[in-house]
Design a protein around this ligand. Structure first.
Ligand SMILES: Nc1ncnc2c1ncn2[C@@H]1O[C@H](COP(=O)(O)OP(=O)(O)OP(=O)(O)O)[C@@H](O)[C@H]1O
Ligand SMILES: [Mg+2]
Length: 610
């Protein structure tokens, strides 16, 4: 069946593959195998369609040579079955047939997937060359497939790399963005810091400027009353003033000294505020009485400018507050309203009962407040006009003190003005609270007596009272001595605590009046030593510029029975002197009486009779 003429060229070196030959005749199979064996491929044989399919299931076949005519299933049916398997859809099939003439048979073969025909009798060359072609094709398609696989895996690797790189880039981008954000935030913070620093510097410069202006204002304000006092003192010195002018001179000196005292008190208040030492002395207060009293004090100033003051005061219950400090608040608001309102202007004082709170408002139709100054109105040393050419006096402390005092009372204060020359309204809101007396008794307030309020002739006399006045400052000592002597006391002066201790050891005194702050031995130490010696029961008054509750408590515990603040109020000194000597005599009287009687105190007799 097979023509065995093989040429050398037909046997090409190829990669060994598996070729399946299918024929029901064993001889044909062997003959075909013999033809193909020189090609070096592995030849698998099947004698039936079923056998062929079985091999295809297990082996990878590069080419099939399939006999068409077989007894069980013919080659076409086998081909159809093979093509049904995805793995063999492209396996080339060469039909071997003895029927070369039939076009329909050939067509049938192609339709079931034949790629070629070999006609019987089979020529070895034809078989080999055809097999070579298809094995070649198979090899190439395998190579292509490998390439495609390599390409795919290269693509996959590239894809993976790209994905990894993209993720890396995304992460780097994220980090970069975070760094940029952080940098931006840092820049914004730096800019903000710079802005705040600039603002703080501007504010510090403003405060500094205000302080400089304040110092200039302060020296001016302190010099103004001094000027009047010195001028009139010089005139008094001449001894040429008639009684009217003399009275006028004394009044001017006194009023200016009081004005200066007020300035110093304001400065001390501010210092107390700054040091957190401002204390309130609470009691039950009648706000209407406070308003009336402030109005009474300021009415002459308003009348001098023909300013009309109207009041609209609602009924408000008594509330818990510091009477003097509340009066200071109202006085400051009202005095500003009068000060900053032109002649013939109007000022209105209103008190409203809001239920839980009471509201005090002071309005005027005066100079008004510029919008850019309004936020600073409650600052210390702050004045809309702080130039030397300004029309009004003052240190710019009143409103700062007012705000602090109002806040200490648990209230609020605010200022309104529609602008310059459009008037101003100050509103204080205070909670209405019932006063509850503290369990611990409070210290008595320092005596407030002032020459303006007390008639000299109505003050008690101190005839026969032997008083030791101790002060290292000669002027202070002499004025205290003069005031006491003026009321009939016999006064001995000591310029130091040590001198006082010596005098006390030698003489008998009914009263000691002494300064506290003195060089070498201070008033506290002196008093302790006096209390251990002959002056155990002699009443003593501290004459001091320190009247904070702590200072007063220290003075009392050192052995003083009373205290009088400096600058000296003659009335306060006389009243306190009369009071402590009276009490000392009453106590001495009690000490001498039988114990059963000691609770009954004698009626106070006039001091002049002591
Ligand atoms: N009723 C008002 N009308 C217009 N301006 C006012 C009024 N009250 C206060 N001011 C402005 O507020 C500033 C501060 O007031 P404040 O009472 O603190 O100081 P002062 O009155 O100038 O001085 P001091 O009260 O210390 O004697 C005043 O200098 C003034 O410019
Ligand atoms: Mg004021």
């Amino acid at each position: 069946m097979i023509d065995h003429l093989l040429t050398r060229e037909t046997v090409k070196a190829q990669q060994a593959v598996q070729i399946l030959i299918v024929d029901d005749h064993r001889d044909n199979l062997l003959a075909l195998e013999a033809v193909l064996s020189p090609l070096g491929h592995r030849i698998l044989r099947a004698q039936s369609g079923g056998g062929a399919l079985k091999i295809l299931l297990e082996e990878e076949i590069a080419l099939m040579l399939l006999d068409v005519t077989m007894p069980d299933i013919d080659g076409y049916a086998v081909a159809e079955l093979i093509r049904g398997r995805p793995a063999n859809r492209d396996t080339p099939i060469i039909f071997i047939t003895a029927n070369p003439k039939s076009a329909s048979a050939a067509f049938k073969g192609y339709s079931v997937g034949a790629v070629d025909y070999i006609f019987k009798p089979v020529s070895a060359d034809v078989v080999i060359s055809k097999v070579n072609v298809f094995v070649d094709l198979y090899g190439r398609s395998r190579a292509l497939k490998r390439q495609a696989e390599d390409l795919r895996s290269a693509h996959d690797a590239l894809d993976l790399r790209v994905r990894e790189r993209t993720e890396q880039l995304a992460r780097a981008n994220h980090r970069l963005r975070a760094v940029i954000d952080q940098r931006r935030r840092a820049e914004a913070e730096r800019a903000d810091l710079l802005l705040r620093e600039q603002r703080a510097r501007r504010e510090a410069e403003r405060v500094n400027r205000t302080k400089d202006e304040f110092l200039a204002t302060l020296s001016h304000e302190l010099r103004t009353p001094l000027n009047a006092m010195l001028g009139w003192a010089q005139l008094l010195e001449t001894g040429q003033l008639d009684p009217d002018r003399l009275r006028h001179a004394v009044n001017v000196i006194k009023n200016n000294a009081l004005a200066q005292k007020q300035l110093i008190e304001d400065i001390l208040d501010v210092s107390r505020i700054v040091n957190g030492k401002m204390m309130l002395k609470m009691s039950s207060v009648d706000v209407r009485a406070i308003i009336d009293s402030a109005l009474d004090t300021l009415r002459p100033a308003a009348e001098a400018k023909r300013i009309t003051i109207t009041t609209d005061v609602a009924a408000v219950p008594e509330t818990c507050g510091d009477r003097d400090r509340l009066q200071q608040i109202v006085w400051n608001l009202l005095s500003n309203a009068i000060k900053f309102t032109a002649r013939d202007g109007r000022v209105e004082v209103r008190v409203e009962n809001l239920g839980a709170d009471l509201r005090i408002s002071v309005s005027d139709d005066g100079r008004g407040i510029a919008p850019d100054f309004l936020p600073h109105i409650f600052d210390r040393f702050s004045q809309a006009d702080s130039t030397m050419t300004r029309g009004h006096g003052g240190l710019g402390l009143g409103m700062a003190i007012v705000r602090h005092l109002v806040e200490l009372h648990g209230g609020t204060v605010h200022a309104e003005s529609e602008g310059e020359n459009r008037g101003a309204t100050f509103t204080v809101t205070l909670p209405i609270r019932a006063y509850e007396a503290p369990v611990e008794p409070q210290l008595p307030p320092p005596p407030q007596g002032s020459e303006q309020e007390v008639d000299w002739t109505e003050l008690p006399r101190l005839d026969g009272l032997a008083v030791l006045v101790v002060d290292n400052e000669v002027d202070a000592r002499q004025i205290a001595a003069a005031v006491l002597a003026e009321k009939g006391a016999t006064v001995t002066e000591a310029a130091s605590a040590d001198e006082a201790l010596e005098l006390a050891a030698r003489g008998e005194f009914d009263l000691i009046v002494s300064d506290i702050a003195m060089p070498v031995t201070d008033g506290y130490e002196m008093m302790r030593r006096l209390r251990q010696g002959s002056c155990r029961f002699v009443p003593a008054i501290a004459l001091t510029a320190c009247v904070a509750p702590d200072d007063i408590a220290s003075a009392l515990s050192a052995g003083y029975q009373g205290y009088v603040p400096k600058p000296l109020s003659a009335a306060a000194l006389i009243q306190t002197a009369a009071m402590v000597t009276f009490e000392a005599r009453a106590t001495a009287h009690d000490r001498r009486r039988p114990a059963a009687m000691s609770h009954a105190r004698t009626e106070p007799s006039p001091v002049s009779e002591i």
